[in-house]
Structure formats: structure tokens, C-alpha cells
Design a protein around this ligand. Sequence first.
Ligand SMILES: [Mg+2]
Length: 337
Amino acid sequence: MSLRLHFQSIFTPNFLPRHFSHYTPRASFPTFSSGEMEDVKSGSELTLADPVLLHAKIDAIRSAGPQKLQVIADFDATLTKFWVNGTRGQSSHGLLQQDNPEYNAKRQQLYDYYHPLEFSPTLGLEEKRKLMEEWWGRTHGLLMEGGLTYESIKQSVANGNIAFREGVSEFFEFLEEQDIPVLIFSAGLADIIEEVLRQKLKRSFKNVKIVSNRMVFNDDGQLVSFKGKLIHSLNKNEHALDMAAPVLEHFGDIDVPTDDNDLLKKRTNVLLLGDHTGDLGMSDGLNYDTRISVGFLNHNVENSLSIYKEAFDVVLVNDAPMWEVIKLVSQMCLNEK
Ligand SMILES: [Mg+2]
């Protein structure tokens, strides 16, 4: 609660513009003279590819108003941390443990076989897509065959080595107050992502929706099937908007008709968060006016920073918390009246 109050204090209209001109390349977002923000800057490092362009984009989004803005975010290693308790954090797929350990071993065997193929420099994209479909399909098959229960998901999340970046809850809360939808696109498992949100954030957000592989459980709590189109790592982006449409029909809280399938497309300004350059494709298909992209560069920083700077408007390294993103979005939503 103290953090919430803390942030409300920096969202006051007069505060941010005063510091807004302090954007500089390879520097932190505006420094807060009160000293109140010193504690939240530690551990993050921010790089802006083109501060002038970023200023212009923020201005454009602010002028259009929060009703035109949406947030599209990847889940694993974007909203969650790359390092957790000194080791690589687990993904929503990776943390899942079935009651029957034989099936965990079988899924691991699939991982060992397909994962190198996903990143093979010699295979073509079409070939890789087929292999990913095969991998995800076989994995989903093992989850059903092994009798996965919802109870196992709860346990797996409780035992999993997974954590949100600091400030994710405050980020969602701010967006909820502004009625800005957050779509989380993931090739993982929607039911697990929702359970991670439930257990780790300990509250729900009516503006946050998951577009991912969704399970169907029977009355005994056993997995029996999957809903809709299979979403794997290499088709996640190309179908993101199509897959989001049915989800958005249930956005009853947004000030537009809830039966409007084009809801997403009416929000023509985007804040996009990802940890791979491929995540930029999440906004493909949306004829957006302005997009601000934030890339979390989690490893191999030396070699990848220039690529990330080319691709994203803002790059955050060192497993950064969300505070800079909150400052950014608060500037986009600033009411200048
Ligand atoms: Mg990711």
C-alpha cells in the first residue's frame, strides 16, 4: 500500500513534465529530486535508442488519451524475472510437474529433442514451425494422458522457481485505474499463467487478459482437452490479434460496446513489452498509430544491446524491475488539464 501511495505522488500532473526533458541516451528515466525514487532505481539500467523520437511518441499517445491505448505483453522473462533465487527462472511450461513423474520425464525428453531444433541455424522457418506444432501437440498430449489435474497446477506454481519483476502489480494497478487493457500473449499455458498471477500477485485485475493455450478440465479437475488453436513459439505472434478478439469481447468494463469484435483495433496506440525481438510481432495485424516498445534484454547483453536498441524504443537490462515502465506509461497517461 505504501508503494501505491508512493506512485500516486509521482503521477501528479505537475511532477512529470518538470523532469520530462531529462531523457538522455543510456541514462535513467527522469531523476526524482525529492529523493523518494532513489530506492526504486537500483538494479535497473535503461537505454533509449532515440530519445527525441520517444518524446514525440509519448506526446502523441498522451494527446490521443488513455482510451486509445492498450498494453501488449509477453509473459515469460518479460513480466517474470530471468533470474530467480540465483538460478534461471522457470517458464510457465517449465514449472509444471504432473503427479506421475514418468510424464515429467517424457516431456523433458521432448524438450531435449525439440528445443535445439527451435534455434537451429540450418532449419528453415516453415520446417521449424512444423516441428514446434509437433512438439507442443505431443506435450499437450502427454499432459492429458498423464491425467494432469488443476491441483497439480496449483502445487507446481507454489513450488516453481518463478517470480514477477518488481512493480508488475503496481503496473497493472495503474493501468486498471486508467481502464487500459493488458493482453498477455504467450505460447505457454493460460491456466498456469493465471495461477501464477493469483499466487504471486495475490489479487486479480479486471483489465488483464491472457491469450495462450487454455485447458479444459472435467468435473473431477482432470485435464481433458485444450481450447482453440494451438499457440506455439513460432506462431504466437502472427495470430495474436485473431486470438485476442474473443478474449476482448468480455471486456465489460471498457467504455465501448462489449459485443464489438474490433475492440482491440480501436485502441490504436500500443505499449508493447517483450524480451525477444520476435515479440515485436505481437502488434502485427494492428494498424496502430503509435507504438512504444520496451525490450527486456536478459542475457548476452554485450552482444545483443545494439540489436535491441535497433528494435525497441526502450531497452532495460540487468533483469530490471517495472518502475521505469510505470514512469513511461504514467507519462503517456498524463492529464495536462
Ligand atoms: Mg518471453
